[in-house]
Design a protein around this ligand. Structure first.
Ligand SMILES: [Zn+2]
Length: 72
């Protein structure tokens, strides 16, 4: 059984594209082919639990719920 490694981020996986986000922020999407291709892996900074579903970083776990933006 493989456990998620929460100590890493998607940074350096080679498939991350930086895109414009709201309020002048930047978001990062990982386009590594697979179930989770195109998922947002961070906003302004990389989220540490992301590689749990990034195939390139040894993830391949079940995709998480779609990332929802908390709008105020
Ligand atoms: Zn990735």
């Amino acid at each position: 059984m493989t456990r998620a490694d929460y100590s890493r981020t998607c940074a350096g996986c080679g498939s991350v594209v930086t895109e414009d986000w709201v309020n002048g922020q930047k978001c990062f999407r990982c386009y590594e082919p697979g179930q989770t291709c195109g998922y947002i892996v961070g906003i302004e900074r990389f989220l540490p639990y992301v590689p749990a579903w990034c195939p390139k970083m040894g993830g391949c776990l079940r995709p998480p719920e779609r990332y929802e933006v908390q709008k105020k």
